[in-house]
Design a protein around this ligand. Structure first.
Ligand code: SF4
Length: 335
């Protein structure tokens, strides 16, 4: 199945990288998702484990699905939801690149008490696709734009434009397992980073999926992964300290979601204080799995009587080859 894909930017942000830190690029070159202990490349150089936000959260979701995708290289089928997410992100990336050219005009119109005209100028920065969207992207984009408009009115344009847009981040660190330090390289792109106006920064993540009461706990893990990456990266210095993080779900009411939602959380509160430990445990579990070649499916025959996996597994591309669902009694826990 094909979908209408729209990118108003010259290239995808992953293609237009001008990242130039040699030490980090060399570390990235010597890293692999399918790392195993003692692994060397064709030049005999020792390799290290490569991670990203999605591999850490993906492993936590199901180690066996991670194994199929990242170790064996199985691909998931592209879905409408994925294309919608990419289309909306492309438009938002473009908007933040272009809107500074119109900022003075928007500010003047607001000061002259012409909010409708100011809003129109802002809205016209949003590019139109050559063909109609197929997944209701326009509704998501409109809600997102209205939130930016509200924020503009509150901030009067001060620190309203992000200081980083699809920021590439590389991080290096060691993970200690049973007294041994295992080197790791992480790479990722942070949607947007805003100045908090007081020398620190706010991380912002845009999601086009549904919102429900479980999402905040999940988002905290994702944002902590970004925060930790910045704290272990050369580019982090421009943004640290991270004083808050935020997320926007402008399609939060799709697929049974409860509402369109955005939230901001500040560091040092009860909500955010446990995130570092949680993410550290997730990373250690992922390293352990590589060390001991242990990638069990979340579902097994053992949870047959009280199983809550069928719903999530029914979305998995690999259910028909998953030993958790297909193994005979007693052989379900292995690859
Ligand atoms: S079907 Fe479920 S248990 Fe099996 S790989 Fe997919 S998500 Fe994991």
């Amino acid at each position: 199945m094909t979908f209408m894909k729209f990118n108003p930017n010259d290239k995808y942000f992953t293609e237009e990288s001008d990242y130039d830190n040699e030490e980090m690029l060399n570390s990235y070159r010597l890293s692999a998702y399918n790392w195993r202990p003692g692994m060397k490349n064709e030049n005999g150089e020792l390799m290290k484990l490569r991670m990203s936000k999605s591999t850490i959260t993906g492993f936590a979701f199901c180690p066996y699905q991670y194994y199929l995708q990242k170790i064996l290289g199985y691909k998931s089928t592209e879905t409408a939801a994925m294309v919608k997410g990419t289309n909306v992100h492309n438009v938002v990336e473009y908007f933040w690149k272009k809107v500074p050219e119109h900022l003075d005009e928007i500010k003047s119109l607001v000061e002259e008490n012409k909010p409708n005209q100011a809003y129109e100028v802002m809205k016209n920065v949003i590019p139109k696709p050559p063909e109609p969207y197929e997944n209701n992207e326009e509704s998501s984009i409109e809600t997102w734009l209205n939130w930016q408009w509200d924020r503009f009115l509150v901030t009067k344009g001060e620190n309203w434009v992000p200081i980083a847009n699809e920021q590439e981040v590389h991080a290096m660190f060691d993970v200690e397992i049973n007294g041994t330090k295992i080197p790791v390289h992480m790479k990722g792109y942070i949607d947007t980073i805003f100045s908090d106006g007081e020398g620190g920064s706010t991380l912002m993540e845009l999601k086009t999926g549904k919102w429900n009461k479980y999402k905040a706990a999940y988002m905290r893990k994702e944002m902590q992964i970004y925060k930790m990456m910045l704290e272990n990266s050369p580019e982090g210095g421009s943004f640290l300290p991270i004083t808050s993080w935020a997320w926007e779900f402008p399609s939060g009411d799709v697929n049974g979601g409860t509402k369109r939602e955005w939230e901001i959380e500040y560091m040092g509160t009860n909500k955010t204080r446990y995130a570092p430990k949680t993410v550290q445990k997730m990373i250690e579990s992922l390293v352990r799995a590589h060390l001991f070649d242990d990638f069990k499916p979340i579902h097994s025959q053992k949870c047959k009587s009280n199983c809550r996996h069928e719903n999530v597994c029914s979305w998995c591309d690999f259910m028909d080859i998953c030993p958790g669902w297909n193994a005979e009694e007693g052989e379900e826990n292995g690859k």
